[in-house]
Design a binder for this molecule. Structure first.
Ligand code: NIG
Ligand code: FE
Length: 410
């Protein structure tokens, strides 16, 4: 008889309930659970009663959770956390009655953040952006998508993407970068949007060659770019085999959802004004609907995304913060889940799927979003008695510990 080879574990956590999110529905709950990891991956997950007898000896570190729940690390699949300055003044203007579109048309809005971001050095931009990323991490986000789009020239878009990568390195979490050169028209291109798109499609391969781009996005809207201009950006992405996503149908139905679906896009984001035809196109293409209730809330929107259509057509719904200085200064993904439940009437289970399984899918990350052997050991230990509490409390710290790749990062 040969000796039994026992696998060593880097860590083992016991004494919490697990929401594995495995299976098509439900939380995948395990009452008294255990989770072990090795080399940054989940090596064992299940009921504590089913652990092998030598479990404690196998693990280099044993953590007794002492209650609470463990979920997969949350995935914030739509953020603009890298920016300089703030737009609290515009918030006050909007409270006096000015609309987001009016402010943008008068030289405020995105372009005012562009001015501040261009002025900041790379280090200063990192210093301003890191606390926001830390706040998202502290409330459970172990993966962040981070967009450019406040530089709007080659050097400053590059600076933003480099800062995004540095945030991932500094915090030890997963960061996916998205090039959003087609976010707004910079002042130097006023009246020449097509020439600006020429520049954007020329920068993209250079930024990609530096390893700075994981996906490509555009703002398809009356105050953003047209359908035809967004299409040109997507064609440039396709030529490089880069996946696309779109700020689609946020303020009006611009046919954005169908456009991004036509390119087999990862996600259509916002989607408040998406038509039934757009939903069908998304379903056929497997494009995720990314709901951004923070922007909906801050802009006091009243038109709801076509939630029942998404459900009926089986379009997966993700939830993200859209953390940005204009429409969604939101520093907690859990709070975004809360807003998705109150404004969009998502169930807490849908909201949690929206920030785990479906959010991972919106970033084409097959290695996270559930607690399953072989997945990245990204998980959060929460101070809660039941999963619905994640969506129930407004604010306040609920995450006791956040692990990314088997390392405690918050
Ligand atoms: O997702 N809609 C365009 N982009 C952002 C807003 C950015 C800003 O106002 O600075 C959004 O809502
Ligand atoms: Fe956005």
């Amino acid at each position: 008889m040969g000796a039994v080879v026992t696998e060593r574990w880097d860590g083992l956590v016991l004494g919490a309930s697990l929401a594995t999110l495995e299976g098509e529905a439900g939380y995948g709950a395990i009452g008294d659970g255990a989770l072990a990891w090795r080399d940054g991956r989940i090596a064992w997950v299940g009921a504590r009663a089913d652990l092998p007898d030598d479990a404690r000896q196998r693990a280099v570190e044993v953590v007794d959770a002492g209650g609470g729940w463990i979920t997969p690390g949350l995935v914030d699949c739509h953020t603009h956390v890298v920016f300089a300055g703030d737009r609290a003044g515009e918030f006050e203007q909007r409270l006096q009655g000015a609309s987001y579109e009016e402010i943008a048309r008068h030289g405020g809005g995105i372009v005012s953040t562009v001015r501040a971001t261009r002025e900041a050095s790379e280090d200063a931009l990192l210093a301003q952006s890191l606390p926001r990323a830390r706040a998202l991490l502290a409330d459970g986000a172990a993966t962040l998508e981070i967009k450019s789009g406040y530089g709007l020239d080659y050097e400053n878009e590059r600076k933003m993407l480099r800062v995004a990568r540095r945030i991932g390195d500094t915090l030890g979490i997963g960061v996916r970068t998205t090039f959003l050169g087609a976010h707004a028209l910079p002042p130097e291109y006023a009246g020449r949007p097509d020439q600006y798109i020429d520049a954007v499609v020329e920068w993209l391969p250079r930024l990609h060659a530096e390893g700075l781009v994981d996906a490509v996005d555009a703002f398809c809207e009356r105050i953003g770019f047209s359908h035809a201009q967004s299409r040109r950006v997507f064609e440039a992405a396709k030529a490089l085999d880069l996946p696309v996503k779109l700020h689609a149908d946020q303020l009006s139905d611009g046919g954005g959802a169908a456009l991004v679906a036509e390119f087999g896009g990862l996600s259509a984001d916002h989607v408040e004004y998406t038509s039934a035809e757009g939903v069908r196109a998304m379903a056929a293409a497997g494009t995720v609907a990314v709901l951004l209730p923070g922007a909906f809330h801050v802009l006091r929107e009243t038109t709801l995304p076509p939630l029942d259509e998404f459900r009926a057509q089986g379009v997966p719904m993700a939830v993200a913060t859209d953390c940005n200085p204009g429409t969604s200064p939101l520093l907690s993904l859990r709070q975004a889940m809360q807003l998705a439940c109150t404004h969009f009437r998502l169930t807490p289970e849908e909201a949690l799927r929206g920030t785990t399984v479906h959010a991972a899918r919106a970033l084409a990350l097959a290695d996270r979003g559930t607690l399953r052997v072989g997945q990245r050991a990204d998980f959060v230990h929460w101070n809660i008695g039941q999963p619905a509490e994640l969506c129930y409390w407004l604010g306040g710290p609920l995450a006791r510990a956040v692990y990314a790749g088997g390392r405690k990062v918050s």
